[in-house]
Design a protein around this ligand. Sequence first.
Ligand SMILES: [Fe+2]
Length: 144
Amino acid sequence: MEKHVLGLELPTDPRWVDIAKKNIGDILTDHAYCEQKAATSCISLIMLFHDKEKLVDMLTPVVAEEWDHFVRVLAELKKRNLPFGPQRKDEYIEQLAKLMKKGGSRDQQLVEKLLMNAMIEARSCERFRLLWKDITDKELSEFY
Ligand SMILES: [Fe+2]
């Protein structure tokens, strides 16, 4: 079902949520960096494509929205007395980045960047749903 909704080719390995459940601090830390990266990539798109008025208009409020998510995730860590850990190397993003077509026109590069962001968002959305369904921490489940 998710495949149709989110366009993902493969679902997340079902073992992922079991590991996630036991490592809430790691999940929240990772999540915080995901929100930070979402905000950061909106900012860099705005800077790179400043001349595309519609894009800038659409992305500007998203920066604030993603940063607000970052703030909220940090609050969830604090609430649980969990540390905000260091950023870990993101294998998934590195592999995705390798698939991006290099070169081409500026518009083609924009499309590549947007597609990559859309894939990252789709995967996050799928995983948030898994967390919402499966984690025993009621408050955090609601959060997701
Ligand atoms: Fe977000």
